[in-house]
Design a protein around this ligand. Structure first.
Ligand code: MGD
Ligand code: MGD
Ligand code: MO
Length: 760
């Protein structure tokens, strides 16, 4: 049956919701956990979620309050994530005997995920129609043989999604580097890479500089390109606290996202029976990709006001800690208001209103997520945000700073542990010194380069520590063919997804323990650690029995594989598998800030990593100062009758994992095949609300100039003219691999030039 047709028939559109959370969120949390996991195990899970003695939420990377966690320290979408992992359903050998790969390719992302937990290792041999069970011994042996056969270690790439613990990530990069390559692409390459690159150049640290306490005590918070109501729901609680302390909140977003409008805190009586707290004071409906223009407008407004005699800027901070101010100032003064207004899509009075809020604040924070990192000029967005803060000395003081809000629960920790295709000399030297092997110096492939290398037949083995690489990447057509060139692809996974179907010639599924599950090794029950979005390292202890006794921990798989593959290694791989505290001893030696790691987590369960900008206003940049950087407004050319499209998440998905076809806050029910655009554009393009269209993307420089995604229903939405939106990953086909952010090479998932035709 055509699944498209069913989705369209089921679509119901209701008005956008005006507040987030409240009772419906609590009901949804318990319904998800109770329904999928069962009431007893479900309640046990929720009680341990984000507690010091419990496990870290496998949802987003939003931090827990230091030392004062509430009894219920979770949100609706965290509950969905654990229910999805702890589900009673299983995908075993009988399932794979029943469905061929060809049949599974016809199923939706949602259906695949809903089948349940992967519970035994499976092998897809070249030319076979079905996966067959395989023993762990053979699966690991086969992988080691393929790796050992390679002409060069650089013919393998090792991907990481951001759920791996610090211990798994450290062990993994150690194995990969002793194997001899830096081919360590990760989901950061598709996510906050632009933040890391942008911040590295401006302030010398690729991470945020604020704590939860700072956020709660800021006087102004600018939230750029973020939908926390769905993707970081616990952030709404922090914004509420900030608001109660008098902060002004500005949301910069083509959409007036529900979660930023009003929040009913389910932890409070008033959140249950009252009308909740209004959050954002000002919404700036910037055009897609209009942030550089807006940010230049804000910086210009501040500088012009200061030049006119108002004391707006922190001149002492600029003189003592910054570099490049004069050139920056000249560029801002030379940028015309006409250009700023035209390219941001905002009025002068809207920009002035935001500038008023900045001027009145002594402590300002900029938060951001994918709305600014997944564009061609993403690095410029991040640097201009940082520069805006620098103008008023808003770095390295309480209540102020940069706050990139990370995605996956341990994506930041994985980077800290060395999952990076461009390792620093310091990391490589420390590894060499501690483990006494010749470290590879040449940089490896990032995610986009990995696909290119596969397409050029330079890669033969692709190994994935979690995630859904095929589906998360742009340009599925190209990525599919690229992956098919590999001799072997290996997926360490908890749930079934399309990366198990679009594979290399041979493919392995290695099923792993999830965050919620008890991890018992030779020395007893193991603890792991993660680092949240604000640089706090904390423990995580699985609490429920594993979905199957055939599951292995990620660490056990990596250690056993390393032991099999690296004949001459002197590293005690199997010892580390038996006792994870030995991995932490290694981390303590290699990674700065982790000294005395085991003792600190044993005593406290959490600690804060040092951050030179926050702690001491020290900037490890080329100039040893915080750098102002000049950026021009470079609008994307949008031909007539075309629109810019952003690809966004719904409330009921986690990345490529789709829980339901609903997006409650945006009023979408029953279908994900929708295309959001303004009433004026629907009319101007000659369509009606509810029409079904095909979306075509346009890439003049590409060999494939037009790509098409079929059968989307037009939904009228409050969005600037010329801007439009559709859900990820259904629209990833439309984005060519070559459309990336400058410098960070992050796919430009959020500025896609599209046109529409009536559905074919
Ligand atoms: N429940 C749940 N939680 C998640 C995830 C999930 O899928 N589900 N994913 C996790 C991951 S890996 C990540 S990276 C984060 C993602 O968290 P978000 O970044 O909040 O997720 P997106 O849906 O990609 O939303 C991007 C926002 O940017 C806006 N936007 C798009 N283009 C522009 C632009 O040009 N300018 C501006 N100013 N805004 C723009 C969109 O309207 C949208 O509100 O969430 C993490 N948490
Ligand atoms: N068009 C478009 N594309 C995007 C984005 C976008 O905004 N628009 N966002 C990008 C972003 S920000 C990101 S981070 C990427 C996400 O890319 P990925 O991180 O690769 O994708 P996920 O969907 O999070 O991966 C889900 C799979 O991870 C596995 N998994 C879950 N938990 C575990 C675990 O504990 N261990 C192991 N080994 N496996 C586990 C399950 O099998 C599950 O099916 O997508 C990117 N792609
Ligand atoms: Mo992400």
């Amino acid at each position: 049956m055509d699944t498209n047709k069913i989705e369209i028939r089921n679509l119901q559109v209701t008005p956008q919701k005006q507040w987030a959370a409240g009772i419906p969120a609590v009901v949804s949390a318990y319904k998800n956990v109770g329904g999928k996991v069962g009431p007893i195990k479900g309640t046990r899970l929720l009680t341990h979620l984000n507690q010091i003695e419990g496990f870290d939420c496998p949802g987003c990377a939003w931090p827990d309050p230091l030392g004062k966690r509430a009894t219920f320290e979770f949100c609706e979408n965290g509950a969905k994530a654990i229910a999805d992992e702890a589900t009673k359903e299983i995908v075993d050998a009988t399932f794979f005997a029943q469905y061929s790969i060809a049949e599974l390719k016809e199923k939706s992302d949602r259906w695949l995920n809903a089948q349940g937990r992967l519970v035994e290792p499976m092998f897809l041999a070249e030319g076979a129609s079905h996966y067959k069970p395989i023993s762990w011994e053979l699966a690991l042996g086969l992988t080691a043989t393929h790796l050992s056969k390679l002409a060069s270690p650089n013919e393998a790439a090792f991907y990481t999604s951001g759920r791996a613990s610090n211990e798994a990530a450290f062990l993994y990069q150690l194995f990969v580097r002793q194997f001899g390559t830096n081919n360590l692409p990760d989901c950061s390459n598709m996510c906050h890479e632009s933040s890391g690159v942008g911040l590295g150049e401006t302030i010398g640290v690729g991470k945020g500089t604020v704590s939860l306490e700072d956020l709660e005590h800021a006087e102004a918070i600018f939230v750029f390109g973020q939908n926390p109501g769905s993707n970081h729901p616990r952030m709404l609680g922090s914004l509420q606290d900030a608001k109660r302390n008098g902060a002004k909140i500005v949301s910069i977003n083509p959409l007036d996202e529900t979660g930023l409008k009003r929040f009913k805190n389910p932890q409070e009586v008033s959140g249950v029976i009252g009308s909740g707290t209004a959050l954002r004071d000002l919404h700036l409906p910037v055009k897609i990709n209009g942030d550089v223009a807006l940010l230049k407008g804000l910086c210009k407004a501040l500088i012009e006001r200061d030049e006119s005699g108002l004391a707006v800027l922190d001149k002492d901070f600029i003189a003592e800690y910054c570099h490049g101010y004069e050139a920056f100032k000249l560029d801002m003064l030379a940028t015309s208001w006409d250009d700023i207004i035209k390219h941001s899509g905002l009025t002068l009075s809207q920009i002035n209103e935001a500038a008023d809020i900045a001027c009145k604040s002594k402590k300002t924070i900029c938060c951001w997520a994918m709305g600014v990192t997944q564009h061609k000029n993403a690095v410029a967005n991040i640097q201009l945000m940082t520069n805006l803060l620098m103008l008023q000395g808003n770095l390295g003081k309480p209540g102020a700073g940069v706050c990139p809000v990370r995605g996956h629960s341990n994506v930041q920790g994985d980077r800290t542990m060395g999952i990076w295709e461009k390792p620093s000399d310091a990391l490589l030297d420390a590894l060499q010194h501690t483990y006494q092997f010749d470290v590879p110096k040449e940089f490896g492939y990032d995610a986009v380069e990995t696909v290119t290398a596969m397409a050029e037949q330079k890669l033969k083995v692709f190994f994935a520590l979690g995630g859904n690489f095929y589906r998360a990447m742009p340009d599925h057509l190209l990525t599919k063919d690229a992956l098919a060139n590999c001799e072997l692809t290996v997926q360490l996974s908890t749930k079934l997804n399309q990366s198990h179907l679009y594979t290399g010639k041979n493919a392995l599924i290695m099923p792993v323990l999830g965050r919620t599950e008890i991890d018992k090794q030779a020395s007893g029950i193991q603890t792991v650690t993660v680092e949240n979005s604000m640089g706090v390292v904390q423990t995580s202890h699985g609490k429920i029995p594993p979905a199957s006794n055939l599951l292995k921990s990620e660490i056990a798989i990596i250690a056993e594989l390393a032991d099999l593959t690296l004949d001459a290694s002197h590293i005690n791989w199997l010892g580390m598998k038996d006792d994870y505290s030995l991995i932490r001893d290694g981390i303590a030696e290699v990674i700065p800030g982790f000294e005395d790691f085991n003792r600190r987590i044993d005593e406290l369960g959490e600690f804060v990593l040092p951050n030179a900008v926050r702690d001491a206003r020290k900037f490890a940049t080329d100039t040893q100062k915080a750098n102002f950087v000049v950026h021009q407004i470079e609008p994307i050319a949008v031909p007539e009758n075309c629109l810019l499209m952003m690809t966004i998440r719904s409330h009921d998905q986690f990345n490529t994992t789709v829980y339901t076809n609903n997006d409650r806050y945006r009023g979408i029910h029953g279908s994900r095949k929708v295309f959001f655009l303004s009433g004026q554009d629907i009319k101007a393009l000659g369509f009606k609300v509810g029409d079904t269209v095909d979306i075509h993307s346009h890439w003049p420089d590409e060999h494939i100039q037009t790509r098409t995604a079929k059968g989307f229903t037009l939904v009228e939405f409050d969005i600037p003219q010329g801007s439009s939106a559709a859900y990820y990953p259904e629209t990833n086909d439309l984005i060519p691999l070559s459309s990336v952010a400058e410098k960070s090479n992050t796919p430009a998932y959020k500025s896609v030039v599209v046109s529409l035709t009536a559905a074919s």
